[in-house]
Write a protein that binds this ligand. Structure first.
Ligand code: HEM
Length: 93
């Protein structure tokens, strides 16, 4: 949802998420390759699997995640396209 509160049982809130406000490389990885490829097994399961967005450009990934961090991850830094490129280059599943 646009307010970042998520939908109970469907998708988690981005507002207040430690992932959104935390380490940029982990957040970029979640968006590029999807949560299943990045997050530990055994976390709460959701019925609608989040896809990866590796087909997006570095600029688009950076813009969406910067928006998420400004809107929902108070005090966290923006993410630059070069940072997305670096994460992408380090890991190709
Ligand atoms: C650009 C679009 C998207 C962004 C930026 C985004 C971002 C995120 C982030 C940061 C998380 C981790 C939250 C946390 O665990 O604290 C997450 C989890 C999740 N997202 Fe997305 N998401 C996007 C699109 C989608 C779509 C299209 C779906 C559904 C079809 C979806 C469904 C989910 C689900 C179910 C989870 C929980 C995953 C798990 O822990 O297994 N997301 N998303």
């Amino acid at each position: 949802m646009t307010d970042g509160q998520g939908v109970p049982g469907v998708q988690p809130a981005l507002s207040g998420s430690a992932l959104v406000a935390g380490d940029p490389a982990t957040l970029v990885s979640v968006l590029l390759w999807g949560p299943d490829a990045v997050l530990p097994a055994g976390r709460p399961a959701y019925p609608n699997k989040m896809p990866g967005y590796a087909f997006w450009s570095d600029e688009d990934v950076a813009a969406v995640l910067t928006h998420a961090r400004v809107a929902f991850g108070r005090h966290s830094t923006s993410i630059a396209p070069a940072e997305v490129a670096g994460v992408r280059a380090r890991r190709r599943p």
